[in-house]
Design a protein around this ligand. Structure first.
Ligand code: URP
Ligand code: ZN
Ligand code: ZN
Length: 475
């Protein structure tokens, strides 16, 4: 069935144009001026609307086990929430425990993926640099899983030493895979946490006070050194601290393949939210923690300048009951915030309403760049002919509520409660199928397909950096 999306304003990576978009057999066939509507089965009137490539969220945690809990959105519900937010492809982290064989975890996550309503891919979290892990990396790459996460934080569960991380990076480089790093100094943070705990300080604000921004910066600098030695393509994920941006500037100056991801929570929310009374404050605990306002300003500027290349959600929702189940103690709160549904409304408001940057940059940050680094481009992240017909249609005249009562996520609260933003998601297409009609998710669990990731060339990676702007930001 051929579908013509007619009369919209099409936002591409490098331009905005009054194009029509022709879809057939689930693929983009052409974009161009004034196509004849009579030849096509369905014509979608997009006059006055924005048409963008479907968004790619390269950082989700659906159905993630953490201690006694699981994140509250599984692949079925989480993918429905993603679609309502215009995300047509997500990349979830396969997260084995230290005891678990990574290959078993891969199997487990493929099972979970069978209920997804939209297309998805995977990264694999590594908990050590053993022979078993290095072998699992080879097997993962053969299955199309070309991203691996390592932690400098969480000494009890996930942390690796620099020597171990270097080993894993060297292996990833040899496999043409990418490393994604959680940069915070685990041992220092553990000492600070124990100190506050002993002193009887249990309030959520201590979560932030025991995870200083300088520690995020130092951990990232250590990674820069390892990238220098291994030349492994690497992304510092969920950046919250301006100190990390200095490290990314140095990477750009040195021409090293180190890139950065941040999330809407680090752009919209600040550490004052952790000063609220229980249980509200517990709803703002994530790692790295929310920071003070100057960090937020610097992060917005880094998006404009190209020093940070990706905005993902790190969607890792826990309900208020889960957050307080182990008592009123900041060390016992499962970490993570929801976000998969509200990424575009928040980023559109901050960028466009906030007059910080334009729609093409927004599409790069939310769709094209994540598709590129994850080896999903040009199948995803673009409206070029031959790409999957994943499209988002946004009504600039609509209004979107970010309240819990209006979200699909089973998180049970919204960190953005009370916010109404300009614009609304009117339609979302995935492989040519209308999957969200502005009110309801119009597709069944299980229609989503796993998308294997290709190796990413250095030539493609170069396009992640903007040519002129970083030098204005990186003094
Ligand atoms: O607090 C967070 N970010 N939870 C999710 C797991 C992670 O570290 O990404
Ligand atoms: Zn992390
Ligand atoms: Zn995460």
């Amino acid at each position: 069935m051929a579908i013509l999306i007619k009369g919209g304003t099409v936002v591409l990576t490098s331009m905005i144009a009054p194009f029509d978009v022709l879809i057939d057999e689930g693929l983009i066939v052409a974009t161009g001026f004034d196509m004849d509507p009579s030849d096509h089965d369905v014509v979608y009137d997009a006059r006055g609307l924005l048409v963008m490539p479907g968004f790619v969220d390269m950082h989700t945690h659906f159905d993630l086990p953490v201690g006694d809990f699981r994140s509250s959105d599984d692949f079925d519900n989480g993918s429905a929430a993603a679609l309502a937010g215009g995300t047509t492809t997500f990349v979830d982290y396969i997260s084995p425990s230290r005891e678990q064989d990574p290959l078993d975890a891969i199997q487990e996550w493929f099972e979970k993926g069978k209920t997804s309503r939209t297309d998805f891919s995977f990264h694999l979290t590594l908990t050590d640099a053993s022979e078993r892990s290095l072998l699992a990396m080879e097997k993962a790459v053969a299955l199309g899983i070309r991203g691996f996460k390592v932690f400098q934080a969480y000494p009890d569960r996930l942390m690796m030493s620099s020597r171990e991380i270097e080993r894993v990076m060297a292996k990833a480089a040899s496999l043409g895979a990418t490393i994604f790093v959680h940069s915070e100094e685990g041992e220092l943070i553990e000492r600070l946490r124990q100190g506050e705990h002993k002193a009887g300080n249990r309030a959520p604000i201590y979560h932030s006070l025991t995870r200083p921004s300088s520690s995020e910066g130092r951990a990232a600098r250590e990674i820069l050194e390892l990238v220098h030695r291994t030349r492994c393509t690497t992304v510092i994920v969920h950046i919250s601290a301006s100190e990390v941006l200095e490290v990314l500037c140095d990477a750009a100056r040195l021409g090293l393949p180190l890139y950065g991801e941040t999330c809407p929570q680090y752009l919209w929310l600040n550490s004052r939210f952790l000063e609220a009374p229980w249980p509200q404050a517990a709803g703002y605990v994530c790692s790295p923690p929310l920071r003070t306002l100057p960090h937020l300003d610097r992060l917005w500027d880094a998006l404009l300048s190209g020093v940070v290349q990706f905005v993902s959600t790190d969607h890792c929702p826990f309900t208020p009951a889960q957050r307080t189940a182990a008592g009123m103690d900041f060390t016992k709160i499962p970490n993570g915030l929801p976000g998969v549904e509200f990424r575009f409304p928040l980023m559109h408001t901050g960028a466009i309403e906030g007059r910080r940057f334009g729609l093409t940059r927004l599409v790069q940050l939310l769709s094209t760049n994540p598709a590129k680094i994850c080896g999903l481009y040009p199948k995803k992240g673009t409206l070029m002919p031959g790409a999957d017909a994943d499209l988002v249609i946004w009504d600039p005249e609509g209004v979107t509520s970010l309240n819990d009562s209006d979200q699909i996520s089973r998180c049970g609260y919204s960190p953005y409660e009370g916010m109404m933003v300009q614009g609304s998601m009117l339609a979302v297409f995935s492989r040519g199928q209308l999957v969200f009609d502005g009110e309801n998710v119009a597709c069944e669990p299980g229609r989503g397909e796993f998308v294997p990731r290709r190796a990413v060339s250095q030539k493609l990676l170069k396009t992640l950096r903007l040519e002129d702007y970083p030098w204005a930001f990186c003094r």
